[in-house]
Design a protein around this ligand. Structure first.
Ligand code: MG
Length: 264
C-alpha cells in the first residue's frame, strides 16, 4: 500500500483522532494507527464532505522533537553566529506541537518571537547509532514545520528550552509525505501576510539529512514518529499579533497558521 499513498494526515473525526491515507486513486482511507506504527486501513473511506468537516490535527505524535540550529550558512551569518563544526542539536517539547491551521500564541515573557520555516524528517523505524550511509532506511517521510523561537529569550537564557519550547511553538503539517528515496533539494518559502520572508532550496543545508539522522541517533534512540527539524534558511523575522503565516515546500504542500498575543 505504501507506494500508492501520496500523503498521510491526521484529523478529528467526530472527536476521534484518526490517521488518514490519501491514495493516488483519490480515496481517503482511515487507518487503525499511525502508518509508522504499522497502522492499516480500517475499511472506512472518507467522503470529501466528511474530510472537509473534520478538524485537521498535527500529523505526527513524536516522543521527541529534535531541532538543528544554524544549518544554513546564510542564516548563521544573518544572526552573526559562527558556522557549527558539527550539527547543533536542541529539543522542543511535544507540548509545543500545533496542528495545521492553528494559532501560535505570543507569550508575554517575550518581545521578539521569530518564524523559522523548516523541512521536517519523520523517522520510520527505531534506530540507535545508525550510520549515515544507512540513515535513509530509517526515514518514513517528510513534513513542514515552523520552529517558532523567542529570540530575546534564546539570548537571555543561553539554554534554548524556553525560547524554543512555549506551547504552540511547533506547528507541523499539513501531512506527512512518504518517500523511500533520497530527497533532492526542494524549494522552501515562508510568507507572512502574503509577503515572502524566507526562500531557499533545502539543498543549501550545511549538514545533509543522513548526517543529521546519524548524528541524532548517536545521542538518542530514534523512535518511529520522532521528528527532526532540519534548520532554517536566512530571512527569519518577527511575528506579530494577527499575522497569517504559510510555509510552502515543493512536493510537500503548505503549512498555514495564524498568530495571536496570548491572553493571561
Ligand atoms: Mg530552527
Amino acid at each position: 500500500m505504501a507506494s500508492s499513498v501520496l500523503r498521510y494526515s491526521r484529523v478529528a473525526l467526530r472527536g476521534k483522532p484518526t490517521f488518514v491515507a490519501a491514495g493516488a486513486d483519490g480515496a481517503a482511507r482511515a487507518l487503525s494507527a499511525a502508518p509508522w506504527l504499522g497502522g492499516t486501513p480500517t475499511g472506512q473511506t472518507l467522503t470529501a464532505s466528511e474530510l472537509a468537516a473534520a478538524t485537521p490535527l498535527c500529523p505526527v505524535e513524536p516522543s521527541k522533537i529534535i531541532g538543528i540550529g544554524r544549518n544554513y550558512k546564510k542564516h548563521a551569518e544573518e544572526l552573526k553566529n559562527e558556522l557549527p563544526e558539527e550539527p547543533l542539536m536542541f529539543l522542543k517539547p511535544p507540548s509545543s506541537l500545533l496542528g495545521p491551521g492553528g494559532v501560535v500564541l505570543l507569550p508575554p515573557e517575550s518581545t521578539r518571537v521569530d518564524h523559522e520555516g523548516e523541512l521536517v524528517v519523520v523517522i520510520g523505524r527505531r534506530v540507535r547509532r545508525v550510520p549515515a550511509a544507512e540513515a535513509w532506511q530509517a526515514i518514513f517521510g517528510y513534513s513542514i514545520a515552523c520552529d517558532v523561537t523567542a529570540r530575546d529569550l534564546q539570548t537571555k537564557d543561553k539554554q534554548w528550552a524556553r525560547a524554543k519550547g512555549f506551547d504552540t511553538f511547533c506547528p507541523i503539517g499539513p501531512s506527512v509525505v512518504p518517500l523511500d528515496a533520497p530527497l533532492g533539494g526542494l524549494r522552501l518559502e515562508l510568507r507572512v501576510n502574503g509577503a515572502t520572508r524566507q526562500a531557499a532550496p533545502t539543498s543549501d543545508m550545511i549538514f545533509d539529512i543522513p548526517t543529521l539522522v546519524a548524528y541524532a541517533s548517536n545521542a538518542f534512540t530514534l523512535e518511529p514518529g520522532d521528528v527532526i527539524l532540519t534548520g532554517t534558511p536566512e530571512g527569519v523575522g518577527p511575528l506579530a499579533d494577527g499575522d497569517a503565516v504559510s510555509v510552502h515546500i515543493e512536493s510537500l504542500g503548505e503549512l498555514s497558521f495564524r498568530v495571536a498575543a496570548e491572553r493571561r
